[in-house]
Design a protein around this ligand. Structure first.
Ligand SMILES: *Cc1c(COP(=O)(O)O)cnc(C)c1O
Length: 453
């Protein structure tokens, strides 16, 4: 009988995260102070982030960073996650390709985000921090951090974009179930929030405003730090447990992937699945294709520009060297698949610039088509975000069929979609369509960036 799932033991949970920056010939460019345009050092980030996380952010020399025992203990709740051979999907596609997926949807919060949330909460706690803050849009990061904060005895305040707070109540309930305080943003609890409410009493909030509120609260509260769920180098680092486990599991399956695929928002799950495999390409010249799958309505890697830009809409963060659509870019309202972030982190951007990876953009209706085929053949309703990776994997499998080649394809299932059924409802009732983004729309935002540096 053929094996469906490749399972590791708890003792196989990785003991170190993989820091790809150490192995990169062209290092990522430094992040800059937006006022002086000087490179930032780890110490400059200490007021905002836990010190160990700030050091991880800047580390370009150590390829391996030990995972503390306390973090590995927490990982045991759901790790190691299964590697699954998608026989059902292969059969439906009638492809000679072998398709595998790493199932990160089995975490208690339903996505990969807990891999970094646990690590970030741990390093805050270890430093004597008592309170943490963050912002959340749809709520996946907020949900993960709520459990992580509780696990390490930290108080968490989550600023949730007001429109999501009211329209997507279930992730709010999840955060509250874990004991987090969830505040609709803009709120009266910060100066940034009060200013906006005074000017626009009915403002429904944005991620930019929520970030300013979370940062302001962190800076003004003693023993309080701010946390972020993607984009930054230390988040990519923590997520490499995904690919490190997958590497061992592919060995159990007796195969090595020709193609590794992850969906791409800020880059954390993509980096997690792909960096450990990319290291064989960097260090041993292994022939392997690494593909980031992004939405056609938010195509920073395929149609953005490589340059310094702010990490957030409001322009509070350091300047980050990245492929970007401009920090003012907002995907069309019709877009329901997540992955709405305007840029890519500095490591991924450098890798893309050096042609060590590829990117593809996927149209909205193709992602939902792929999601339903996956659900019907493999039983798991995928997160709309993850469906971009599934669609890209299907495209590659169909090329194999056309060419009669038998490639091995590995993609990351970053999460399940059971709390995102509103997006499926929209699709099933025919309310979604593809959105064509014009060059003019992209150019308009990018032109505004020219004065930044
Ligand atoms: C947040 C999220 C993403 C996008 O974020 P990345 O940092 O690009 O991984 C993708 N999939 C799921 C399930 C998510 O929750």
């Amino acid at each position: 009988m053929s094996t469906k799932k490749f399972l590791l033991q708890e003792k196989d949970i990785p003991t170190a995260w993989y820091n790809i920056a150490a192995d990169m010939k062209n290092k990522p460019l430094p992040i800059l102070n937006p006022k002086t345009k000087e490179p930032l050092h780890a110490e400059d980030l200490y007021p905002l982030f836990a010190e160990e996380l700030a050091r991880q952010e800047m580390n370009q020399t150590d390829a391996w960073i030990e995972i503390p025992e306390e973090v590995r203990d927490m990982y045991k709740i759901w790790r190691p996650t299964p590697l699954v051979r998608a026989y059902g999907l292969e059969k439906a596609l009638d492809t000679p390709a072998h398709i595998y997926f790493k199932n990160e949807s089995v975490s208690p919060v339903g996505s990969h985000k807990l891999n970094s949330a646990i690590a970030q909460a741990y390093f805050c706690k270890k430093q004597g921090v008592t309170n943490i803050t963050t912002e959340t849009g749809a709520g996946q990061w907020g949900a993960a951090l709520s459990f992580a904060a509780k696990a390490f005895g930290l108080e968490l305040a989550v600023y949730m974009v007001k429109v999501s707070y009211h329209q997507k109540p279930y992730r709010r309930s999840i955060m509250q179930s874990y004991g987090a305080e969830v505040i609709a943003s803009p709120s009266m609890s910060t100066r940034a929030g009060r200013d906006i409410i005074t000017k626009h009493p009915n403002y429904q909030g944005s991620l930019g405003t929520a970030i300013s509120e979370a940062v302001e609260l962190a800076m003004q509260t003693p023993n309080c730090k701010y946390t972020l769920g993607s984009v930054l180098n230390h988040v990519m680092l923590h997520q490499t447990v995904i690919g490190l486990e997958a590497e061992k599991q592919m060995e159990m399956a007796g195969e090595y992937p020709d193609i590794v695929i992850g969906c791409f928002g800020g880059g954390s799950n993509f980096s997690g699945i792909s960096f450990p495999f990319l290291r064989h390409k960097l260090n041993e010249g292994k022939d392997i294709r690494i593909i980031a799958a992004e939405p056609a309505s938010c195509p920073k890697l395929t149609r953005g520009q490589f340059q310094y830009d702010f990490g957030d809409e409001a322009g509070y963060t350091p300047l980050i060297p990245m492929y970007t659509l401009g920090h003012n870019f907002a995907p069309a309202n019709i877009h329901a698949g997540g992955l709405r972030y305007h840029g890519a982190g500095s490591i991924v951007s450098q890798l893309k610039k050096d042609n060590l990876m590829e990117a593809v953009d996927i149209k909205q209706l193709d992602t939902f088509n792929a999601a339903l085929l996956f659900a019907k053949t493999e039983g798991i309703i995928p997160a709309p975000e993850s469906s971009h990776a599934i669609a890209a994997a299907i495209n590659e499998a169909l090329v194999c069929k056309e060419e009669g080649t038998q490639k091995t394809i590995l993609f990351n299932l970053s999460g399940h979609g059971l709390i995102d059924m509103a997006a499926y409802d929209q699709y099933l009732s025919g309310d979604l369509s593809n959105h064509e983004l014009s060059d003019d729309e992209i150019g308009k935002n990018l032109n505004e960036l020219e004065h930044l540096i």
